[in-house]
Design a protein around this ligand. Sequence first.
Ligand SMILES: [Zn+2]
Length: 636
Amino acid sequence: MSTLNTARHAKAATELENGNGPLVKLLLQEKVLTDRQVEYAARVRNKLETPRPLLEVLKELDLINDDQIKKAVKDSRMPMCIGSILMEMGYIKPDDLQRAFGIQKSEKKGYKIGEILLEKGFIDEQLLLEVLSVQLGFSQVEPEFTRIDPKLFSRAPARWYETHDVIPLQKQDDGILIAFADPLDKQDLEAVKQVFGDKFIAAVARRNAIKLAVGKCHSSNLKQDISASDENAIIRLADELLLAAVQRDASDIHIEPLKDCMRVRFRQDGMLIHFQDFPAKILPALTNRIKVLCEVDITEKRRHQGGRFYFDYPGGHVDLRVSFYVTVNGEKIVLRLLNRKSVLLDIKDIGLPGKIQQRFLEDALCLPSGIILITGPTGSGKTTTVYSCINHINDPQTSIITAEEPVEYVIDGIAQCSINPKINLTFEETLRHIVRQDPDVIVIGEIRDQFSAEIAVQAALTGHKVLTTFHTEDSIGGLVRLLNMNIEPFLIASSVVSIMAQRLLRRICPHCAAPYKPTAADLQRIGYSAHDIGDAHFQKGRGCGHCQYTGYKGRVGIFELLILDEQVRNAIIAQKPSHEIREISIESTGLITLLEDGLVKAAAGQTTIDEVLRSLPRLHKPRALPELQRLLEGSA
Ligand SMILES: [Zn+2]
């Protein structure tokens, strides 16, 4: 069989030298091209000084286009050798393909040509995927993060999927969606036909992603056998889930009842990622186990509940805050992993650009009094910033006191209070007492209403430094919110020192980062013309084992710092509309907007343009990159 294949490929290789590869043959067979057209293109090609693939010449002569190729591949469903196609497109050299065939012949049975080309480095996996998806029209899927129908999966043993590098995903209207590492491979296609029938839609995925998904489904299928009455198995499962979340550095675990299964998802780097599905019948037992851990009422199933517990594991422990929320399908449990990293970041390490950091320290944090506001939505890193600020000003001469909900890091030398409404230790009550503690610095976890805003303003006006957070889109939004809380404009103008808005964007995975050229559409979305970019080094992660094929690993902080100067204060007192205050801030205080800081960090290859456009408010047209880089550079 393999000798026959090799002989056929060798023949294909010589044919290619003359012109016809599998795609051109297919196009002839499907009557998209005629023999005369191909002969003409071959003559044109022979006159070229530098050799070019025939397919490219055919495209350039307008005899064929990409859509026609995609349609022919789709309509014919003809198996083809991916190696020959790559050669036909000019992506690999005939010699390399011959060597790959040689390896296939001499090494283990069933070693696929696509696999060899990848392993021996003859081709890059991203390119292979692009050829299959962009040029040949197979849709690209991420089986690791897709919900896989366990019934479909159980049609074949795990080993069979591993041999063929395929995995079924879901039943769709027009057939079963199946992910292939090589959707053109004859043997894999035949095998899939036997198990799933003729009616399937072939999609393409990374070989490793398929293997990972197969492994995951296999182990989850084994868990179908967990009995809800086997207490030890449930305890083990709870521990396994917690440990998996810790290992993945997840911030939250979502355990949710769906109609016919129990779904577990993790929030990693701010994105919710599907982990595993389990049989629905074990949810009540698992819920009980978690309720026992956080010592809440296990018989109460009709009301929302909340609790906390510690989880000890080999090498560490984690504090978990748990919420049980009653849904129509049963209780949904969310576990937040607190103080995951007990390392406190130095203010210099949170990601503030040099000049901004210098200004923040000199003109805000190190002033003796006034309100320093950190704003942003949940999960934007506000708490980390506040803690690094506290850490920066913490010294034996300073009295620092906090009211937090809850305390997330314990810092030595600081009087930290965790709000606990259960025992009537409310925010209001705590804030009333806080000023009587003779503090220099007051940290209020969050300004949530007029009362806490008034306390903050009063404390600042009486000579205290107040650090607090706020839920607003951007820095100017923070000012507007305060104004809307019926705080007198002159009080705001004389108490607020600075407002820093922030976000966390996903950082490009360093293991699979590759240069990226912004498309015309990207530029249009940003509002840039080509020369606004300067010599930026945009990047994009291709996806690899290190980042679970997301292309992202870890996060990067994006900041917008507003220091209130005379002109901004006057604008507040005059109650100017927010867009005017924004204009004044940008012109007079050198404010760099969130979008601008994001673009600068994307241009430095830290995050992607997609991430910037997805997460940052676009309230103002960004200035050109070279100008921004000039504004942000500086010695710190
Ligand atoms: Zn990666």
